[in-house]
Design a protein around this ligand. Structure first.
Ligand code: SDX
Length: 382
């Protein structure tokens, strides 16, 4: 029996899915058959959401209707925004504020929707969640800057509208395109810990708000979505240290520190998303401050060429370059993981709906290793 216990469910197949496939040896990721490189270069985040949720890339008419429907769902109930304000005033972490606000959204479902539990209703609820997360996050940021939230602009796409709400300015085309690509890259990734969390919750036939709130909780951990914030904090630590980046990482690895953004449960080679984000980071570096890109590439070169981590199957993952990209877009570090959730809500919803279509309660077993047959002793005799 010992060899059939797979701690962390490593390598265990628990479902079939049409949504995304990862080849960890080839470093390949596809969404419903489309290579991530093609989607990042040629599609918008809205097209990718449509692909994940409806099963095919939209034509122009479908995309226009979908984009309009999503834009119409961006507003957030004032009572929830007041809670977001109080969380910002209390200094709450943005990821925790997002978890709380997302859970509250279920109380503002349109008349008759709240009790609807068919899959079509779940998709409408999921669409509302993905449409409202940008509004919640931008409002949180504006509140903690002492500003009032701006109203969403229905004329802008999801990525552009978020940057507008977040910064108060119309984003430049390069920033908007780069951010839209980052959302595409983070949208789905098989049964990662947060997606699987959402599926476990969905497998009890619980509602989509419970599933997405659980996904946000799982994503917040430093071994998962939280790594992008840790990467940027390491870059700043290096920049503020007296050591040159290469000497810093040599000393850090000699001290046994794990560099965040390296290593992955599935990829044994460089994450294809990291390759694309490295290119975006290089472009932003050319226009702005190349310091962060330079430090990141120095770390990669040392860990790859001198430490030889890839020979052990440890290579850059999606978080390794997203830090320097978001930093160069002027996004605060503690917003990186919430932005990951903004995008991944698309994948969570797609997996929840796909799994519930052919549902099976997820309920694994544990091998009991505690004592057997304990004789009960009443309290007064213990
Ligand atoms: C994401 O699953 C997904 O798809 C996730 C994700 C998605 O899109 O949803 O891709 C997003 O979460 C990316 C990963 C972000 N996390 C990090 O960057 C944190 C740093 N990486 C790790 O802690 C680790 O690689 C995990 C947690 C991501 C994966 O861990 P595993 O599969 O449980 O592997 P492990 O911890 O057992 O490590 C295996 C070996 C160990 O060496 P040995 O002890 O066997 O000698 O790899 C080493 C580890 O020491 N290792 C590292 C390392 N990460 C793992 N060594 C140096 N630096 C690192 N960063």
């Amino acid at each position: 029996m010992a060899d059939d216990l797979k701690k962390g469910l490593e390598g265990v197949l628990v479902a079939e899915s049409d949504l995304s496939s990862i080849d960890g040896d080839a470093g390949r990721l596809i969404y419903r058959g489309y290579p991530i490189e093609a989607l990042a270069a040629g599609a918008s985040f809205e097209e990718v959401l449509y692909l994940l949720w409806y099963g095919h890339l939209p034509d122009e008419g479908e995309l226009a209707a979908f984009t309009e429907a999503m834009a119409a769902e961006r507003s957030v109930d004032p009572a929830i925004l007041e809670t977001v304000r109080s969380l910002a005033d209390a200094g709450e972490e943005p990821m925790a504020a997002l978890r709380t606000a997302t859970s509250m959204l279920s109380a503002t479902e349109p008349e008759g929707e709240a009790d609807a539990e068919d899959l079509e209703a779940s998709l409408r609820k999921g669409r509302r969640i993905t449409a409202k997360i940008p509004t919640v996050l931008a409002a949180f940021e504006r509140y903690r800057q002492g500003e009032e939230p701006l109203d969403p602009d229905p004329a802008l796409g999801l990525a552009e509208n978020f940057l507008y709400l977040f910064t108060g300015e119309q984003p430049d085309p390069v920033a908007a395109e780069t951010f839209d690509q980052a959302l595409i890259l983070h949208a789905d990734h098989g049964l990662n810990a947060s997606t699987f969390t959402s599926m476990v919750i969905a497998s009890t036939m619980a509602d989509v708000y419970s599933a997405i709130t659980g996904g946000i909780g799982a994503l917040s951990g430093p071994l998962h979505g939280g790594a992008n914030q840790d990467v940027m904090e390491v870059l700043i630590e290096i920049d503020e240290s007296d050591l040159e980046p290469r000497n810093w990482v040599e000393q850090a690895t000699e001290e046994g520190r794990r560099i965040p953004g390296f290593g992955h449960r599935v990829y044994n080679v460089k994450d294809p998303r990291a390759k694309i984000l490295r290119e975006r980071s290089a472009e932003l570096a050319e226009e702005g401050d190349s310091k962060w890109y330079d430090i990141t590439t120095t770390l990669e070169a040392y860990l790859t060429d001198e430490k030889g981590l890839p020979e052990k199957g440890i290579a850059p993952n999606v978080d390794f370059y997203s830090g320097s990209v978001y930093y160069q877009l002027g996004i605060p570090i503690d917003m990186y993981t919430p932005i990951f959730a903004m995008s991944r809500s698309g994948g969570w919803i797609a997996h929840v709906l796909e799994y519930q279509r052919d549902n099976r309660l997820i309920r694994p077993r544990a091998r009991y290793t505690g004592p057997e047959e304990q004789a009960f002793v009443p309290l007064q005799e213990r």
